[in-house]
Design a protein around this ligand. Structure first.
Ligand code: ADP
Ligand code: MG
Length: 698
């Protein structure tokens, strides 16, 4: 018998309930103020919180604590310290407010993009009191930000927290204009849907590419792909179902609202969606979810692949980032609502969103850029690389009418007056089943679908938040100056729609027609990570990050360098793995099999004066394989020489471009030849498991 989830949900989290029961009232209230209003926690209160945390963690079997942070590596980092302190001839267990608030891991081995010389290796982790501490592997984990000795941001959490502040400031200002005096804080929320593959551990272990790069670098298409649509929402096999059950339990213990689990489009592909929550908590939870997916899979003899494109020709994995903004008095600012005042506010928010996305599209594009995601975006299974927004028919009609100054029935008799019968009864369900748009309005939230499955959600969210805060701030500047608020608001909304409607596209984003239309509209396209990342430090982008205190110019430059360098390293490892596999595994098998065919030809030709047997098949096959093997050899040499050129290219950006322009195409050429050989060599001789063995055996 399993316990009901509500009996143990959050049992490994130092959450509000635990704090309420363990902390003196005054301290508890101080923590809550820190959480809801962002006021700093006094040092003596921090000491009390730390002791309570330690007592709670020790009572649950913990011996260690760690500051848990998210450096630019994209995975989480931790450095464990025991609670012990010497006392007489023994020890006492200790954990102080100082240790809770600040940690000092040696930062020299984390990417800093030149922000911190190695000799100044000190970095600080700083407690994020808005995200609950939790227990993992008998260790108390304290969510923290990570900054250098000089205060420069080195992680993914800090800019997200800062961007949430920026949104809150801007939106509170906007709400005051609408007469709302109550709201103190506005929070962004995220529900990230996580896609992943599960494969058998034995297949994984037999493939160097999966082990070293997380994706297959070779592999011919299996006879059956996704054409039957029989995997999506299909029955779960016993192993997968056992895995999901255990994963849910582990996530629930950590207070993560794992809600929906199902099979995805591709064979062996699945999805987990949690219930949405505040952005920084959602980001922490998503990191933990990915970690637990990997760990739990291993317990079931499975491996969880989070790569964006583990199998060419088979749908890749993304992470749909559902984004919304909510006030502390319970409004969702993206909810169209049905009262006119709310509609005006909603329309202004919608206009800010559209204007922000149009003006800062390159930033949104680069927020989802990675070598892995390059394999997926634009491939007619995931959104194109050009940013656009889907609003759906209902909203489109509203926007069209407003722009033309017509009433919604199209008579045009009275000038459209915002707020008076403007919105039709909004039918949420009609908004979206369009899966091809990078960014879709889905009733009361926007769903950003470009993010890669392996990526942290932080970058997209701090970029989106910053953009949104910037536009709302501009709108407030304009509206606060206005003599007549209603007229100014009307004008602003009409103007915004007119100026930004080009970013809206409600049609099929996978069609060729859209590619042409994007060019006509002049929407920017950055086909790969490298082109996208090059935009990061454009002056107008630096300006909005600095204005909103999210990132400084130096921090942006460092991020750009880290990400470009990461791209080069990823491609380099992949290319070297291909060379290794092709040389040491594929080539010898091809040569040996050709010899076998030639031997057969020889034997047959010797016997042919006596027996009437033909060696035509062996002959043809041997010739075909021999030619392809020569091609394989050339392909390996070609890739090796492109790798050398790229490795010797000076300059971080130039080098990344060399990997993209020289190495990636050479990888594709080598793969094409190897995959052709795979279709001709007997399966039992092929040096690693093929796609159908991997995708259909659990
Ligand atoms: P889909 O049809 O895209 O698969 P799902 O229902 O699986 O949709 O997932 C929707 C996700 O959006 C869930 O994680 C859900 O919690 C989240 N979500 C719902 N409402 C909001 C909201 N207001 N803000 C942010 N996320 C939300
Ligand atoms: Mg979705």
């Amino acid at each position: 018998m399993h316990a009901a989830p509500d009996a143990y949900f959050g049992c490994n989290v130092f959450n509000t309930e635990v704090m309420r029961s363990m902390l003196p009232k005054k301290v508890y209230e101080a923590v809550m103020r820190t959480r809801t209003l962002g006021t700093p926690l006094p040092r003596d209160a921090a000491d009390v919180v730390a002791t309570a945390m330690k007592d709670w963690a020790v009572s649950k079997g913990c011996t260690h604590f760690t500051h848990w942070f998210q450096p630019m590596t994209g995975v989480t980092a931790e450095k464990h310290d025991a609670f012990i302190a010497p006392c007489g001839s023994g020890v006492i267990l200790e954990f102080s407010g100082k240790e809770l608030i600040k940690g000092e891991p040696d930062a020299s081995s984390f990417p800093s993009g030149g922000l911190r010389a190695t000799f100044e290796a000190r970095g600080y982790t700083a407690w994020d009191p808005t995200s609950d501490a939790f227990i993992k592997d008998r260790t108390l984990c304290i969510p923290t930000g990570f900054v250098s000795y000089t205060g420069d941001v080195l992680d993914k959490k800090t800019p997200l927290l800062r961007s949430m502040e920026a949104v809150s400031r801007a939106c509170v200002r906007m709400l005051r204009l609408f007469g709302n005096e109550n709201v103190q804080r506005v929070m962004t929320a995220v529900g990230p849907e996580q896609e992943y593959f599960l494969i058998d551990k034995a297949s994984y272990d037999a493939r160097e590419d999966l082990i070293l790069t997380g994706r297959t670098l070779f592999g011919a298409m299996p006879p059956k792909g996704e054409e039957m649509d029989d995997h999506y929402f299909g029955n779960l096999t016993q192993r997968v179902s056992d895995f999901m059950r255990e994963l849910d339990e582990e996530l629930w213990k950590l207070g993560i609202y794992a809600k929906t689990e199902h099979n995805e489009v591709a064979p062996a592909q699945h999805e987990l969606a949690p219930i949405y929550t505040t952005s920084n908590i959602a980001a922490d939870h998503n990191q933990l979810t990915m970690e637990l997916m990997k760990k739990t899979a291993l317990k079931h003899g499975l491996v969880c692949l989070l790569h964006e494109k583990p199998f060419a020709g088979i749908s890749g994995s993304g992470k749909h980032n559902n984004w919304s903004i909510a006030t502390d008095d319970g409004q969702n600012l993206l909810d169209p609502g049905d009262t006119p005042q709310d509609n005006m506010q909603f329309l202004l928010v919608l206009c800010a969103f559209l204007k922000g996305v149009k003006e800062y599209a390159p930033l949104l594009r680069l927020s989802s850029a990675s070598a892995g995601n390059d394999c997926r975006l634009g491939g007619n299974e995931a959104p194109p690389t050009v940013i656009s927004v889907f609003v759906g028919d209902d909203l489109q009609r509203v926007l069209d009418a407003i722009e033309k100054g017509e009433s919604l029935d199209g008579t045009g008799k009275e000038r459209f007056n915002l707020g008076v019968d403007a919105m039709p009864q909004f039918r949420k369900d009609t908004t979206d089943r369009n899966r091809t748009s990078p960014m879709a309005f889905t009733g009361n939230k926007f769903e950003f679908r470009m993010l890669g499955s392996a990526d942290s959600i932080s970058c997209f969210n701090f970029v989106m938040n910053t953009i949104f805060a910037k536009i709302i701030t501009d709108f407030c500047d304009e509206l606060e100056k206005a003599e007549d608020f209603q007229t100014a608001l009307n004008d602003l909304i009409v103007r915004s729609i007119r100026e930004n409607k080009d970013i809206i596209f409600n049609g099929n984003g996978y069609g060729d027609a859209w590619v042409e239309e994007c060019k006509r509209r002049g929407l920017p396209d950055y086909p790969s990570t490298v082109e996208a990342l090059m935009q990061y430090d454009r002056p107008e982008f630096v300006e909005i990050f600095e204005q909103n205190h999210v990132l400084t110019h130096a921090e942006i430059t460092s991020r750009k360098e880290i990400l470009l360098d990461n791209y080069s390293k990823t491609v380099s490892i992949e290319a070297k793995t291909m060379v290794d596999m092709a040389r040491k595994k594929i080539l010898p098998v091809c040569i040996a099999y050709t010899k076998e065919l030639c031997d057969a030809t020889l034997v047959k030709s010797q016997l042919s004066p006596m027996l009437n047997i033909s060696d035509a098949v062996e002959n043809t096959l041997a010739a075909e394989i021999s030619d392809l093997t020569a091609g394989l050899y050339d392909g390996i040499e070609d890739l090796r020489s492109q790798l050398r050129v790229a490795a010797e290219t000076k300059g971080i950006a130039e080098q990344a471009m060399a990997y993209r322009k020289l190495v990636v195409p050479a990888m594709e050429r080598l793969r094409t030849t190897a995959d052709a050989l795979e279709t001709l060599i007997p399966q039992e001789k092929w040096p690693f498991p093929c796609y159908s063995e991997i995708l259909y055996n659990i």
